[in-house]
Design a protein around this ligand. Structure first.
Ligand code: ZN
Length: 60
């Protein structure tokens, strides 16, 4: 990854999943559907570089 942490300059990142039912992202205008989010964060200081909704198609 060419990315560099803006906090500490480290270039190693880890990924983790955000959401476990109650904290998953849910659409505002639909009853059904939800998605987890994937976080990419610095392995040194934990600064989050990217936050991505796993299934954006569920919100269409
Ligand atoms: Zn960092």
């Amino acid at each position: 990854m060419a990315e560099v942490c803006k906090e500490c300059g480290n270039d190693e990142f880890n990924q983790g999943r955000l959401g476990n039912g109650t904290t998953a992202v849910t659409p505002l205008n639909k009853v059904m559907g939800s998605s987890f989010m994937t976080l990419t964060f610095c392995s040194q200081c934990g600064e989050v570089s990217s936050m991505k909704v796993d299934k954006p198609e569920k919100f269409r």
